[in-house]
Design a binder for this molecule. Structure first.
Ligand code: AMP
Length: 115
């Protein structure tokens, strides 16, 4: 039974396993199950926000907090040569899970432009 929850909400609620590498009161970071780079981590808010498009002014501090967590994760994961942060948003953005998430990708050169 999915009871309408996204897969990421189920990870937040501890209903399905994930390789969690950071957790605090407001956000969670875990390894992507289908990694596209040697480092591929997803960072999600615990608050159920479908995508960047639904952000509210009151989410500003949460977003700032998440970016600082990402800065620290990148450093702790050894990404001193650089990395990419991606937030696929909506159908044209290629978003497949309806819970806001940032992809942190690194430890290989990443091409540009994306597909
Ligand atoms: P997006 O296409 O931007 O919505 O990204 C969704 C990401 O979630 C994809 O990279 C998937 O590989 C990843 N993903 C889906 N289910 C899981 C899961 N149970 N644990 C970890 N990553 C997942």
């Amino acid at each position: 039974m999915s009871d309408g929850k996204t897969i990421f909400k189920r990870i937040i609620d501890g209903e399905i396993p994930a390789e969690i590498i950071h957790e605090d009161e407001d956000c969670l970071a875990f390894k992507d199950v289908n990694p596209q780079a040697p480092v591929h981590v997803l960072i999600i808010p615990k608050k159920e926000i479908p995508s960047l498009a639904q952000l509210e002014e009151s989410d500003a501090a949460l977003m700032g907090h998440m970016l600082l967590v990402i800065r620290d994760l990148a450093r702790d994961l050894g990404l001193e040569n650089g990395y990419r942060l991606v937030a696929n948003t909506g159908p044209d953005g290629g978003q497949t899970v309806g819970h806001l998430h940032f992809h942190l990708l690194g430890q290989r050169p990443l091409s540009w432009p994306p597909g």
